[in-house]
Design a protein around this ligand. Structure first.
Ligand SMILES: Cc1cc2nc3c(=O)[nH]c(=O)nc-3n(C[C@H](O)[C@H](O)[C@H](O)COP(=O)(O)O)c2cc1C
Length: 432
């Protein structure tokens, strides 16, 4: 009886996010690390090791390999994986091979201006960091690293509703444009309160994700038991045991939290999991009237993320959205849905003269970005492109990835014979 109570208490603490205290070994380790000198040494050692290998990362694949080495399998698979057969995920990148760039020569390309103005924001790069969940699980710096790197390169970044650092903190730390990615709740009062909080925090763009009306079938996560709170399978647990360095980082930094939700929803007492949040709190009956009301209420830059049909794009423009993201959530929702790049031209043709069209999905190279901009996207979002570097080396990793992207874009623009993004057009593309 006593041991059952103890087990229940322990399970409740586990659900409240106090995962690190749930075993004697990790408790002992935490004690050890409370001695600040030990902690300093541990962090310095981790930092040096990280920069040693970061120098060898020259592209998306190098970062991905390094992230795989650093992360416990279940976490790597959460980032790397997608829905069902992962066909849409693979096609997202493959789609860029369906056309080729046609360069122009002898056009005097001494210096290149990569800046764009989108949804009222002036960005130094036509690439932004798309909102992604749970970033402090990938590296203890999480959103702080991504925001700082985005600010360094003068571009915008998104904070997910399932973000692990609060929007207000990031807003105070950086002036660069900030997106808040929103999920629509059954409780309309709650939606309004969350919008108000984002308004108070001076968020530049409200981005409502509309492709996640229900969760995608991510079978890699089912196999490892990845969920928040963790419900790992034995195989999943073994994979965590094999990456003690991740564990050291996790345990020696601040507790994992979901501040965007915690402010409004009691995620502790009720032990609401992220799966539970999606099924119990979000509203699958959300429709165009609801969104129109939200757009009016926000009364600022408003973007729908996950629009894939020209008809929906037109509808978004009609209800007052100022932007849309052509996106299939990185292939993580409806497998078999069309690749974002394949679908981009139709949507630009439908609404490109009325609202700003972004795209994301599968972008790994500067040339992918140039192809999307040539078709008519105003800016391009990246997800895994910055998540692997984050996992590999925190802020230094994301900065290196954005730096490489900037260098690639500058080089590729020169090779294309262009000095400003506005010079790219469908004339410099040919379908195979
Ligand atoms: C690990 C991970 C978490 C994500 N979390 C969110 C999220 O919380 N909200 C959202 O709208 N999109 C989320 N996305 C989708 C991204 O915003 C973006 O649409 C996608 O990653 C683009 O594809 P790419 O990873 O191939 O660049 C997530 C993607 C990944 C890989």
């Amino acid at each position: 009886m006593l041991s059952r109570q103890r087990k229940m208490r322990r399970r409740a603490r586990f659900r409240r996010g106090e995962f690190e205290d749930s075993c004697v070994l990790s408790r002992l380790f935490r004690r050890c690390c409370e001695v600040s000198a030990t902690r300093g040494l541990v962090h310095a050692w981790i930092g040096t090791r990280a920069s040693m290998v970061l120098r060898n990362c020259h592209n998306f694949h190098d970062f991905r390999r390094l992230a795989k080495r650093r992360l416990p399998g279940p976490i790597f698979d959460y980032i790397d994986g997608a829905a069902d057969e992962e066909t849409t995920h693979r096609r997202n990148t493959k789609a860029f091979e369906s056309c080729d760039l046609v360069p122009s020569v002898l056009r005097g390309v001494g210096s290149v201006d990569l800046s764009v103005t989108v949804m009222g924001q002036k960005l130094a790069l036509p690439v932004y960091c798309s909102p992604t969940a749970l970033q402090r699980l990938f590296h203890h710096q999480g959103e702080r690293a991504v925001a700082a790197a985005a600010a360094k390169y003068g571009t915008m970044f998104g904070v997910s509703s399932l973000g692990t650092v609060s929007l207000d903190e990031l807003r105070k730390a950086h002036d660069t444009s900030q997106i808040y990615q929103f999920y629509f709740h059954k409780d309309r009062g709650l939606n309004r309160a969350m919008l108000q909080r984002a308004k108070d925090a001076r968020i530049d763009i409200m981005m409502l994700t509309v492709d996640s009306i229900t969760g995608g079938n991510r079978e890699r996560d089912l196999r490892t038991g990845f969920s928040i709170p963790f419900r790992l399978t034995l195989a999943g647990m073994l994979q965590f045991a094999m990456k003690p360095r991740w564990g050291i980082n996790y345990i020696t930094h601040e507790r994992f939290r979901l501040p965007q939700l915690e402010e409004h929803i009691d995620m502790r007492g009720s032990a609401l999991s992220i799966g539970g949040y999606f099924t119990e709190m979000l509203d699958p009956s959300m429709n165009w009237d609801d969104v129109a009301e939200m757009v009016r209420h926000w009364n600022g830059q408003f973007c729908l993320k996950g629009v894939m049909s020209p008809a929906d794009a037109k509808h978004a423009a009609e209800i007052g959205c100022t932007g849309i993201v052509v996106s299939n959530h990185g292939g993580r929702q409806l497998d078999g849905s069309r690749a974002s790049f394949d679908q981009l031209a139709e949507i630009v043709d439908a609404v490109g003269d009325r609202i700003d069209v972004f795209m994301d999905g599968g972008v790994q190279r500067g040339t992918h970005v140039l192809k999307a901009l040539s078709v008519g996207a105003k800016a391009v979002g990246v997800g895994r492109y910055y998540l692997y570097p984050l996992a590999a080396a925190g802020q230094a990793g994301v900065e290196r990835a954005l730096g490489l992207m900037k260098a690639e874009l500058e080089r590729d623009m020169k090779l294309m014979g262009c000095i400003a993004i506005g010079q790219l057009s469908r004339d410099n593309l040919r379908l195979r």
